[in-house]
Design a binder for this molecule. Structure first.
Ligand code: HEC
Ligand code: HEC
Ligand code: HEC
Ligand code: HEC
Ligand code: HEC
Length: 457
């Protein structure tokens, strides 16, 4: 049954992507690490590209402490049966060259140690399947890339359209559990079924390898020393939403880029009545639109990433009337709506361990260009001093605090990013602090409308 469902899923994904099954994926241990070149060599001529990639999560895909802790636990609890599976995307060169497993090999070569690196990426000629690291990698003198007229004294160059398409990223950014067949990361799939693939033809590269966070933006320059000036060369910082691990690793620039990206990802609208009498029941409508991400919001490590709203309603004396989405003393989100996917293990219990997952309990993440609407009800108390202040924030973090405490024993506080905020008043105007308040609320909606209108053009 399970094998059949995986087969059906893969067939479906091939059909979506129009990928023709060519070469089979490169098997573990069939190459040598000496077939690959370290990035320090590429750096000689591609210094700007290298400096962009160096602080990225691709560069850190292997030494990422969050990954390392989960990998250890996954390996222990599955008796090593997932070692090749996990490492295939996180440290590809070590897998194809047979250095990992074991996962704690102390003698990893320089070429493998670099996570998802230059020479690995530019030696992938084709992929046999979307997802689960279905790459066919053929390291050689030839580097594949987006140019059809590129010349270098060091290597041969060959144009490959594959590098300009989302299917390339889909090799690793789509994960299906090898045993249960549950989709654990649907970044590619959500993109391929959404408006960016179908109507707008916006690829992963347009948002993640150009200065434009939500659309293509040209980046004129030279791709290497001595190379001709071109209208566009790609940006290799691969900024995502990882504010937590970039912070631990002190990659400040990449951390800032992740914050900026999260703040471009969504729009928040709050509608509230102008007036309400004591004793009256009030409904506040909060709408969250995935206006900037080409896939679900959140995406990626979906059993962990959390986005939620915090709604605080107080009277003008600061007396609390209604509050939701706050943290308790252990850092858990109290009584708020969290946008994420919740999975269960074989016993039907919720689990954060991706290797244990056998089913999806719920998934309320917001699809690209879609809107989720929440309604918050409260009763205006007798004696509330006007105006009543409604403060709404859209928040994000890379993982629940409980998971990080379990892995790191209380060493880290998971940072929370404020993606958007809106403040408004009932029975009077409210001063905003930097963010649009009641007075400028109509203005905000007007701005959003202009923004959405511009996006469509
Ligand atoms: C995750 C895979 C990946 C990694 C890692 C990677 N690249 Fe790229 N690279 C690409 C893709 C995909 C493109 C084409 C993007 C496009 O045109 O839309 C590209 C484009 C290029 C180009 C063509 C010029 C340009 O900038 O568009 C050069 C040169 C290049 N990469 C060099 C490097 C070097 C050097 C490194 C290591 C520091 C590196 N790449 C790391 C995937 C990767
Ligand atoms: C001696 C200098 C030099 C070294 C070393 C070097 N390159 Fe290049 N590379 C260039 C130049 C110059 C270009 C041409 C850029 C252009 O056409 O705009 C280029 C182009 C490329 C392209 C674009 C190919 C295409 O057709 O789209 C890729 C990809 C690439 N290099 C990857 C690498 C990788 C990976 C390494 C390290 C293994 C590396 N390069 C090492 C000089 C170098
Ligand atoms: C060989 C597998 C592989 C390929 C191909 C690949 N990635 Fe990744 N990517 C990874 C892994 C593994 C990570 C996560 C590393 C970590 O967080 O430990 C990652 C992380 C990222 C992140 C950072 C996410 C965050 O949390 O901030 C972005 C953005 C990203 N990739 C975009 C791309 C794009 C765009 C492409 C295609 C041009 C691509 N990747 C191709 C394996 C890959
Ligand atoms: C229209 C622009 C756009 C497109 C297209 C797009 N992304 Fe994103 N991506 C974003 C934004 C904005 C975020 C930050 C919000 C979030 O995490 O969803 C993001 C976040 C991510 C992250 C970080 C998730 C995490 O957990 O930290 C990864 C990985 C990623 N994208 C990969 C991809 C891949 C792979 C594709 C193509 C299949 C793609 N993106 C297409 C805009 C885009
Ligand atoms: C098909 C490729 C693939 C496989 C297989 C894979 N991963 Fe990943 N992993 C990724 C990508 C891509 C990301 C980045 C997604 C994102 O940013 O949310 C990632 C992110 C992670 C993260 C989050 C890191 C961070 O800094 O936030 C952890 C932890 C992780 N993976 C652990 C594992 C473990 C454990 C396994 C094996 C059970 C595994 N992965 C198998 C591709 C893969």
């Amino acid at each position: 049954m399970k094998i059949i469902s995986i087969f059906i899923l893969l067939t479906f994904l091939f059909a979506c992507a129009g990928v023709v099954a060519g070469a089979s994926p490169t098997e573990a241990g069939t190459l040598s690490h000496e077939d690959f070149t370290s990035y320090s060599t590429c750096n000689r001529c591609h210094a700007i590209t290298t400096s962009q990639w160096e602080g990225s999560m691709h560069y850190h895909a292997f030494d990422d402490p969050f990954y390392q802790e989960e990998l250890k636990l996954a390996s222990e609890e599955s008796n090593g049966s997932l070692d090749v599976f996990c490492t295939r995307c996180h440290i590809p060169v070590s897998v194809v060259s047979g250095q990992v497993p074991p996962i704690d090999n102390p003698n990893i070569s320089e070429e493998a140690d670099e996570g998802v690196g230059c020479d690995f990426c530019h030696s992938v000629k084709e992929s046999s399947e979307i997802g689960n690291g279905g790459y066919a990698v053929t390291p050689s003198e030839t580097k594949y890339g987006p140019f059809d007229d590129s010349e270098s004294t060091y290597h041969e160059s060959q144009y490959s359209e594959f590098y300009t398409k989302s299917e390339y990223c889909g090799m690793c950014h789509q994960i299906t559990h090898p045993a249960s067949g549950v989709v654990l990361d649907d970044t590619y799939q959500a993109w391929s079924e959404g408006p960016y693939a179908e109507e707008e033809e916006v690829q992963c590269q347009d948002c993640h390898m150009t200065p434009g966070i939500t659309e293509f933006e040209a980046n004129p320059g030279r791709a290497g020393s001595g190379a001709p000036k071109r209208d566009h060369i790609s940006v290799h910082n691969f900024a995502g939403a990882n504010v937590f691990v970039t912070g631990i690793l002190e990659e400040d620039e990449h951390r800032e880029m992740a914050i900026e990206r999260l703040q471009e990802a969504a729009t928040l609208e709050v509608s509230l009545p102008d007036n309400a009498q004591p004793g009256e029941e009030v409904a506040i409508k909060v709408s969250i639109t995935n206006s900037g991400a080409g896939h679900n919001l959140p995406t990626g490590l979906t059993e962990a990433r959390q986005m939620w709203t915090q709604v605080d309603i107080k009277d003008s004396q600061g007396r609390e009337i209604y509050s939701t989405g706050n943290l308790d003393k252990d850092g858990n989100i109290e009584n708020g709506i969290i946008y994420w996917a919740v999975y269960s293990d074989a016993d039907g219990n919720p689990t954060l361990k991706l290797w244990e997952i056998t089913d999806v309990i719920s998934d309320n993440r917001i699809a690209p260009e879609s809107t989720a609407v929440e309604v918050h009800n409260f009763t205006v108390p007798e004696g509330a001093v006007d105006p009543i202040i409604v403060d709404t924030k859209l928040l994000y973090r890379s993982a629940p605090q409980s998971l990080i405490d379990e892995l790191f024993g209380g060493e880290y506080d998971v940072p929370i990013v404020e993606m958007e905020s809106v403040k408004g008043g009932i029975n009077g105007e409210v001063e905003s602090e930097g963010t649009p308040g009641f007075g400028s609320f109509v203005g905000l909606i007007a701005l959003l409308t202009i923004y959405l209108f511009r996006r469509k053009m």
